[in-house]
Ligand binder design. Structure first.
Ligand code: HEM
Length: 420
């Protein structure tokens, strides 16, 4: 029990339609009254204030990552292929200490600025290809017809996979996200397929098929290197160290799960929030050099990755709560980014914010995002194309906006708009 009368926060229901759409009042209530609280439904301590979130991210010895995203159940027939879950222990997010550091410096080789900048022409072509029919039609869904296929197509090409794989990659990304949502992994651990729904089994089947395909691609790239990210991961060498096939496969699946929906939601929400502040829309339309700040402020205002988990390695007091060793902590950087103690008037988009670069929407510390350069470039290219090709955009999507029921990601289901 804590000194503040927590640990529970009455009314916290993060998967309710209301709080998926507008989590800000309940996050503010928590920050003001009970900044670190226990959410029994998920078995996690939830952390909402900026200073507490930063403290966690900067102290990986007390708040470890290892296995925090694995551990969900996998049907018996696939347990050999995914012994530690779909989000495997080869993924960076599940590794700690030296093991994580070694793997991350190798992975970063695939995302150095010169390599990322070479992705730009393909992104520009793709943005135009997707917008061509929308310009003609005068209206459409900016999530399903633009932002989602844009980030999927970008990552498909960036990985060095054929465009024809984009549909499978979109499906597998969704499958993995659904499998990883709490409550969606409740099959019987010891009894074959029992307890899994047909839908869950089909999702596992597709992820397994994709993983097998990925293994053949990795083997091909070992013998025939190319410009893509998979090849760069396979051939990265530092001090004689290199990534194994398991590492690369785990990391590629991780990049799909971490990088598609997040970047698409950054693009969609930038359009949405700018359209609600017409003076801001006009300023950006007149000065595309503002786009990088739009991207940054959107990642702060509506952080596409809401928050992931850490495990307390010792008893620790945080924000007035006493967290016992071994328990899971949900680190809500999305809440931290709208904490008024750090960002005054946090729900308004302000491109001139002085501390804009202190947001934690791409994380901080050792597990900081691997892909911010890619994500920022995607944002600038996609939004630049929207301004250039669509002109003034009017959002016609009915309010309240609808989001997929995810604890860790913001996932807007559609964003209807018109233009011209
Ligand atoms: C707007 C888009 C994106 C946002 C908001 C975002 C956000 C984040 C955040 C908050 C973390 C930290 C997780 C933690 O500390 O537990 C993270 C990690 C990560 N992100 Fe991103 N991300 C984005 C795009 C991407 C892209 C495009 C990629 C693909 C290359 C990517 C790959 C990763 C990976 C591999 C990690 C794990 C890094 C580690 O554990 O060391 N992300 N991301």
């Amino acid at each position: 029990m804590s000194s503040t009368g927590c640990p529970h926060l009455a009314g916290y229901a993060p998967l309710s339609d209301e709080q998926l759409t507008d989590p800000f009042p309940v996050w503010k209530h928590a920050q003001d009254t009970c900044p670190v609280f226990f959410a029994p439904e998920f078995g996690v301590w939830t952390v909402t204030r900026y200073e507490d979130v930063v403290r966690i991210l900067e102290d990986p010895e007390t708040f470890a990552n290892g296995g925090t995203l694995g551990g969900h159940r996998v049907p018996a027939k696939y347990r050999d292929e995914f012994p530690d879950g779909v989000w495997s222990n080869s993924a960076l997010i599940n590794r700690d200490g030296e093991d994580h550091k070694k793997a991350k410096v190798l992975a970063q080789r695939a995302f150095i600025p010169s390599r990322v900048n070479r992705m730009r022409p393909a992104m520009e072509v793709l943005a135009d290809e997707l917008l061509d029919p929308l310009v003609e039609r005068g209206h459409g869904d900016l999530m399903t017809e633009f932002a989602n296929p844009f980030t999927i197509g970008t990552i498909t090409r960036a990985l060095g996979l054929p465009d024809a794989d984009a549909a499978d990659i979109r499906q597998v990304t969704e499958d993995a996200l659904v499998i990883l949502t709490p409550g969606n992994d409740d099959g019987d651990p010891d009894d074959g397929d029992a307890g899994y729904t047909t839908d869950q089994l089909e999702r596992f089947d597709r992820v397994v098929q994709f993983n097998r395909y990925l293994r053949t691609v990795i083997a091909d790239k070992r013998s025939a290197p190319d410009e893509g990210v998979i090849s760069a991961l396979v051939h990265a060498r530092i001090d004689g160290g290199q990534l194994s096939d398991d590492d690369v496969a785990g990391m590629v699946l991780e990049q799909l799960i971490a990088g598609n929906d997040t970047a698409a939601n950054m693009i969609g929400h930038a359009v949405y929030y700018l359209s609600r502040q017409p003076e801001l829309w006009a300023a950006v339309a007149g000065d595309p050099a503002l786009l990088p700040r739009v991207v940054e402020e959107t990642v702060r205002r509506r952080s596409p990755s809401k928050g992931l988990f850490r495990r307390a390695t010792r008893d620790v007091t945080l924000g007035g709560a006493e967290i016992p060793a071994g328990q899971l902590v949900h680190v809500l950087w999305a809440a931290a980014n709208t904490d008024e103690r750090q960002f005054p008037d946090p729900l308004s988009m302000q491109l001139g914010r002085e501390n804009i670069d202190t947001h934690v929407g791409f994380g901080r510390g050792e597990h900081r995002c691997l892909g911010p350069l890619v994500a920022r470039l995607e944002g600038v290219v996609a939004l630049g194309a929207v301004f250039r090709r669509l002109g003034t955009v009017t959002i016609t999507e009915p309010e309240p906006l609808r989001y997929a029921p995810a604890l860790t990601n913001v996932s807007l289901m559609s964003l209807q708009a018109s233009w011209g």
